[in-house]
Write a protein that binds this ligand. Structure first.
Ligand SMILES: Cc1cc2nc3c(=O)[nH]c(=O)nc-3n(C[C@H](O)[C@H](O)[C@H](O)COP(=O)(O)O)c2cc1C
Length: 171
């Protein structure tokens, strides 16, 4: 199984970091692309960089000739986590300003699974309409809305709740 993980500059890099480790532990082939602000936020929030994940096939966000920019590459699924409102709006509008957005557009046009994990609050009507557009186009909108009925004891427990929801969609 091949999965693309797109990481944007929304808060919540810990979701991406935890998902990458979980995918690796499941033996899944991972292709990664991270926006420039995504790298900054990951360093700020988690104190790690892309080189801390050598098991990921990283693609530069400006590399439009990377295989994941083409429908011929066809990963099984793509997760954008955390997904900024900027990237969400671009993908909903069919805009491909960088490799991450292009890879998402490819998943939609090829009818492959695209899981979007938005992080923002409160939400404007524009953002809600963008989510509706994406859901109508076949994407799965999986917001960072952890449940608390499992009595989480740590931040990692809360994060794992969402990571497990993502894994359930991928598998
Ligand atoms: C520390 C930090 C936290 C941010 N958190 C969010 C957020 O939670 N959601 C969001 O939509 N944008 C957030 N932003 C703004 C995005 O990074 C900004 O809109 C950026 O243009 C997103 O670019 P990208 O979609 O290419 O990653 C944050 C920015 C910074 C610096």
């Amino acid at each position: 199984m091949r999965v693309i993980v797109g990481i944007t500059g929304a808060s919540g890099s810990i979701y991406a970091v935890s998902l990458l480790r979980a995918l690796f532990n499941h033996g899944i082939e991972i292709y990664g692309v991270c926006s420039s602000i995504g790298k900054e936020v990951m360093q700020t929030e988690c104190g790690v960089g892309l080189s801390d994940f050598p098991f990921v096939n990283w693609n530069a966000a400006d590399d439009m000739s990377a295989p994941i920019a083409s429908g011929a590459s066809c990963a099984d699924s793509m997760v954008i986590v955390p997904c900024s409102m900027n990237t969400l709006s671009c993908v909903a509008s069919g805009i491909s300003n960088n490799l991450l957005q292009r890879a998402a557009a490819v998943m939609l046009k090829e009818s492959r699974k695209l899981i979007i994990v938005p992080r923002e609050t409160p939400l404007s009507i524009i953002q809600i309409e963008s989510m509706l557009k994406l859901a109508n186009a076949g994407a799965i909108i999986l917001p960072t809305m952890p449940g608390f009925y499992k009595n989480p004891q740590s931040i990692q427990d809360i994060v794992n709740f969402i990571v497990e929801k993502i894994l359930t969609q991928i598998m």
